[in-house]
Ligand binder design. Structure first.
Ligand code: ATP
Length: 358
């Protein structure tokens, strides 16, 4: 029997609720499959830990995580802690040292879910957004001088390296090649940003030569928001910088029905370090403690984690279970205009996994 070692970091707000639900679902997957077990260690890191200890995760935390096969993450952020502290103190403090440079965000309209776009169905919207996750606008380069004075200055420098752009383009072209439509859109802003974004475009053209069977095009990020809304069918795989993809993937999640549904994988594709799986939503303190958080994004993230761990049958079974449950409006949480609770959805997904005969 194989054992997969999972580090669970529920974090803050509804992160704690949805990861607890996700771990129940993973257990059900292992029970139904019978060929593997999941060995979960819980790390209580995040804003509460920060208030008690002055740091979001302890020194040496990264070394502890190295021993795991994957990380299952909830959300980080609290109303009384500045957002840039929580983001850099935990999420990015894991993504960067573990070189999780490819952030993969599938978006589909699941059965039973309605897009806010009139007449748009599951056939029209089936995308994967690849977000560069190690440099670009979130490289962390910059600083502030002359604090509080009229001449105060702050810089936020975007970094685009040939190595960084090449590896994410190769990843995106490979992913596009593996999907039936073999279609890639490279998002850019090279009309206004004439250094980093021009390098980005040049490298896209270079890498494309190695993928003659992939049809690709280039799109300015502003025009991309229009195309996603008015012509979703024209898109399949999408690659964009750290900032651009951050914004576009929230739009994508909303167009597919709810931000509570969308999953993310932060991959270190070479497997030198553990990869991390999480819903794209944040800690959502407005609904924390009410038991109504939609756990589907966290479950779909577990699908991606099972695929990464080499359990394709269990991953497919979990995805079938999720789709069976979303198809039933009685099991929709309030973000989908339903009345179901997190527990009701979780119980139904566990039952669908255990009862799956395929
Ligand atoms: P962050 O700043 O970390 O992104 P946030 O709380 O400001 O976090 P999100 O959590 O991403 O923002 O989402 C915004 C709103 O969407 C939430 O306040 C909440 O009302 C709703 N929402 C997000 N995730 C879920 C979910 N899983 N289930 C139900 N509603 C959700």
């Amino acid at each position: 029997m194989k054992t997969h070692k999972i580090a669970a970091i529920p974090g803050d707000g509804i992160g704690k609720e949805v990861v607890a639900a996700g771990l129940r679902v993973l257990d059900a997957c292992a029970t139904r499959d019978g060929t593997f077990t999941v060995d979960v260690a819980n790390f209580p890191w995040g804003s509460d830990f920060y208030k008690a200890n002055g740091v979001l995760m302890p020194e040496g935390g990264i070394d502890e995580l190295k021993a795991f096969d994957a990380i299952y993450f909830g959300a980080v952020g609290a109303p009384d802690v500045p957002d840039h502290l929580t983001l850099w103190g935990l999420r990015l403090a894991i993504c960067q040292p573990f070189d999780q440079y490819a952030n993969v965000r599938p978006t589909r309209i699941l059965p039973g879910i309605e897009s806010p776009l009139r007449g748009v169905t599951a056939e029209d919207l089936d995308w994967v957004i690849v977000r560069e996750n190690s440099e670009g606008e979130y490289a962390g380069q910059g600083g502030r001088s002359h604090r509080g004075l009229p001449e105060e200055v702050a810089t936020e420098v975007s970094i685009f390296t040939r190595a960084g752009v090449t590896r994410i383009m190769r990843f995106a072209f490979q992913l596009a090649q593996s999907r039936p439509r073999k279609l890639l859109t490279v998002v850019t802003k090279s009309n206004a940003q004439r250094h980093g974004m021009v390098l980005w475009d040049e490298i896209a053209r270079e890498v494309a030569i190695d993928f003659p069977d992939v049809t690709w095009d280039k799109m300015l990020v502003d025009a991309m928001t229009v195309r996603m809304t008015l012509n979703p069918r024209s898109l399949d795989t999408i690659v964009a910088t750290n900032l651009h993809a951050d914004i576009l993937s929230d739009l994508a999640a909303a167009l597919a029905g709810s931000i509570g549904i969308a999953p993310t994988a932060n991959l270190n594709p070479e497997g030198r370090f553990p990869s991390m799986f999480e819903p794209i939503h944040g800690s959502a303190f407005d609904i924390t403690g009410k038991g109504i958080a939609n756990p589907v994004g966290t479950f779909w993230s577990a699908v991606m984690m099972l695929e990464h761990l080499g359990e394709p049958a269990a991953a497919a079974r979990l995805m079938r279970a999720i789709e069976r449950v979303t198809a039933d409006p009685a099991l929709h949480t309030p973000d989908l205009r339903g009345n179901a609770t997190t527990d009701m959805v979780t119980d139904a997904v566990c039952a669908a996994i255990l009862g799956d005969n395929e």
